[in-house]
Design a protein around this ligand. Structure first.
Ligand code: ES4
Ligand code: ZN
Length: 325
């Protein structure tokens, strides 16, 4: 079989997807109308034209504006269900979905509304052969105190998410800022991940590992600047959830051909390919695989390695992980 056919057909796990980043312009307009929310764009086309980013912050501003149409439990269900159908079509059989509750609770939407809507879609995804779980992310541009309040609001729904993460504006908000709340989450038995080394320096990846004690690093592509860090990531088999089209659209690399995914794999790291915010960055899982392989010249052996890494890096229970591998 051809390489593109193999990439599309191979079973894979997605470990880095923000559900609010799967909200397509068409659904933004549909929900705006349904909920009577005003948005400062006249049409789907006009909104899509605004998706020209220069860095992480220029994206986040429009991403948070897009999420403002989400009000009811059914809105969160519809958003997650649309993503899960695309995941199933891309042969994603396991997905660990980030959500940003503070983006919604700050607008008066309750934690229950958010989590129940998303979780019901995850349960229903089993009928499509997709094993889906949720990871609650704290917004790092807000305070640690706000993160503690968010955790408190989420604890009655503890059985509906498997872990916590850290996302939003990286520069100026190092992992250390969240040391206490991550320690509490660790004591609660939650899985721990954090965005680090997307735009930020290797020091942020070190801090995510040694201060927050995360099990995976989201992005982590800046780690290649620090040989000692590369050795640590390889030795401890710390997965990096890399998002090539995201890195391209946020100008982390000037061209997809310049992406360092091959360097990460060749160094023996547990690197994976993921979509991040597919509605904003121009593609879901298979788009990321196909475009990255075409641009960087990766081959079949890399495809098998990336699929195996995705299951190794997942938080699926040990028995399911063995079956996937
Ligand atoms: C994000 Cl690409 C990226 N980086 C950091 N935080 C995020 N939230 C949604 N997408
Ligand atoms: Zn991300």
């Amino acid at each position: 079989t051809s390489l593109p056919a193999l990439l599309a057909a191979m079973p894979k796990a997605e470990l880095h997807i923000h559900i609010e980043g799967s909200l397509e312009p068409e659904l933004i307009f549909q929900l705006a109308q349904r909920n009577g929310v005003a948005i400062p764009y006249a049409s789907v086309e006009e909104l899509r034209k605004a998706y020209a980013f220069t860095n992480l912050q220029s994206f986040l501003d429009i991403y948070y504006a897009g999420a403002s149409v989400l009000l009811k439990e059914q809105d969160f269900y519809d958003m997650a269900w649309a993503y899960l159908r695309k995941a199933a079509a891309d042969n994603v059989i396991r997905t660990e979905i980030f959500f940003d509750p503070q983006t919604h609770t700050a607008r008066g939407v309750s934690m229950e509304t958010v989590v129940n809507g998303l979780h019901r879609a995850c349960v229903d995804a089993k009928t499509m052969g997709v094993d889906a779980e949720l990871i609650l992310c704290f917004l790092r541009h807000l305070s640690e105190e706000d993160a503690f309040l968010t955790l408190e609001q989420a604890l009655p729904l503890r059985d509906k998410f498997i872990g916590v993460g850290l996302d939003s504006s990286e520069l100026g908000h190092p992992p250390e800022k969240f040391a206490r709340v991550f320690a509490k989450c660790r004591a609660l038995g939650l899985h721990l991940v954090a965005h680090a080394g997307e735009e930020g320096p290797p020091a942020y990846v070190w801090a995510a590992l040694d201060v927050l004690k995360v099990e995976r690093i989201d992005h982590g592509v800046q780690s290649v600047k620090d040989p000692a860090l590369m050795q640590r990531l390889a030795q401890d088999r710390i997965p990096l959830t890399v998002c090539p089209l995201s890195n391209l659209k946020l100008c982390v690399f000037p061209k997809l051909a310049d992406h360092n995914i091959r360097q990460l794999l060749d160094a023996g790291l547990v690197a994976t390919v993921n979509s991040d915010d597919p509605a904003y960055f121009g593609g879901y899982m298979n788009d990321n695989f196909l475009q990255t392989f075409a641009a960087t010249g990766l081959a079949k052996e890399h495809a098998y390695r990336l699929a195996a890494n995705s299951f190794e890096g997942s938080f699926a229970e040990a028995g399911a992980k063995r079956r996937y591998l």
